[in-house]
Design a protein around this ligand. Structure first.
Ligand SMILES: C[S@@+](CC[C@H](N)C(=O)[O-])C[C@H]1O[C@@H](n2cnc3c(N)ncnc32)[C@H](O)[C@@H]1O
Length: 246
C-alpha cells in the first residue's frame, strides 16, 4: 500500500499503525521506541486534545488553538525541551511541534500537561509531509529547525532534512517577513545549510544574533540535552536566520 492509499481514521488522520508514521525510506534516523506506562496513559487520554497524526487535511490554527496568534512550526522537536521552554516564554505565540519520534512527543505532552501550556500543539509525522499537506501557504510567522540530523556520510547527504527543496517549501509556508531559524552543531552541515539557504531566492539572510531587528518572535533557545552533549564535546553551534522576502 502506498501513502496515498493509506487507510484514514474517521477524523481523516492516519491511524497509529499507518505506514506514513513509520516511513520506510527515512529522511531521519527512525527510532520506534516505546512509551512508559504513565506516558501511555497520558497519550491515550490527552493526545487527541493536543496532537494529531499527519493527514491530507489542511489545519485551521484558529480552531486548533481557539485564537488568532502568530504561528511557529518547529520541525524535529525531539523531546520538546526547547519547544516547551520557548512556548512558556512567549505565551502570545502559538507553536506546532512536528516530530516522527513518538516517545519525544510523549515527553512534550507531559510538559504541556504539567506546565499548563496552552500555546503548544503537536503533529506526528515527517515535517516535509506536514508542511506540504497540512500548512497553508504564506501562513507562518516562523519555522524552527534545531539540530537536524547531520547525516555526515556523503552518500547519506540526500537524507538531510535541509535540502534546496525543503528551503523552498519552508519559504512557501512563511508569510512575507516570516523567519526561518536554524541551529546546528555540525560544521559540515552548517556549510551546507548556509549555501543551500542562501541559494533560495525567496529568502534573505539576517544577522544570526540580532535578526537585523526583523524577527517577530524570540530567538532565545534554552540548551537542550542534545545540544549539551555537543557543547561538552566543544562543537561550535552555528545559528542561521532567513526572512521570507516581501
Ligand atoms: C538530533 S535531534 C534534535 C532534537 C531537538 N530539536 C533538539 O534540539 O534537542 C533531530 C530530531 O529531528 C527528528 N526528525 C528528523 N527528521 C525529521 C523529519 N523529516 N520530520 C520530523 N522530525 C524529524 C528526529 O526524530 C529527531 O528527534
Amino acid at each position: 500500500m502506498n501513502q496515498s492509499e493509506s487507510p484514514r481514521s474517521a477524523d481523516g488522520s492516519t491511524p497509529d499503525h499507518d505506514p506514513r508514521l513509520f516511513p520506510r525510506v527515512t529522511a531521519y534516523r527512525f527510532r520506534r521506541g516505546t512509551l512508559r506506562p504513565g506516558q501511555q496513559r497520558n497519550w491515550e487520554e490527552h493526545w487527541p486534545t493536543y496532537g494529531r497524526n499527519v493527514a491530507d487535511e489542511v489545519i485551521d490554527p484558529q480552531a486548533m488553538f481557539g485564537r488568532v496568534a502568530p504561528l511557529i512550526v518547529e520541525i524535529g522537536s525531539g523531546t520538546g525541551t526547547s519547544t516547551a521552554a520557548m512556548a512558556a516564554e512567549e505565551p502570545e505565540v502559538d507553536v506546532i511541534a512536528v516530530e516522527v519520534y513518538q516517545p519525544g512527543l510523549a515527553q512534550l505532552l507531559g510538559m504541556i500537561l504539567r506546565e499548563g501550556l496552552e500555546n503548544v500543539r503537536m503533529i506526528r509525522g515527517d515535517g516535509v509531509d506536514v508542511l506540504t499537506n497540512m500548512i497553508t501557504p504564506a501562513s507562518l510567522t516562523g519555522v524552527r529547525v534545531f539540530f537536524p540530523d547531520p547525516w555526515p556520510k556523503a552518500r547519506h547527504h540526500k537524507r538531510r532534512l535541509l535540502q534546496s527543496g525543503t528551503f523552498a517549501l519552508i519559504s512557501s509556508r512563511l508569510r512575507p517577513g516570516g523567519v526561518l531559524h536554524v541551529a546546528t552543531d555540525h560544521a559540515d552541515y552548517a556549510d551546507w545549510i548556509a549555501e543551500t539557504g542562501d541559494a533560495e531566492p525567496s529568502l534573505e539572510r539576517l544577522d544570526a544574533t540580532t535578526g537585523d531587528g526583523h524577527v517577530p518572535f524570540s530567538l532565545k533557545r534554552p540548551v537542550t540535552k542534545f545540544e549539551g552533549k555537543g557543547l561538552q564535546e566543544e562543537r561550535a553551534i552555528n545559528e542561521f536566520l532567513w526572512r521570507r522576502r516581501d
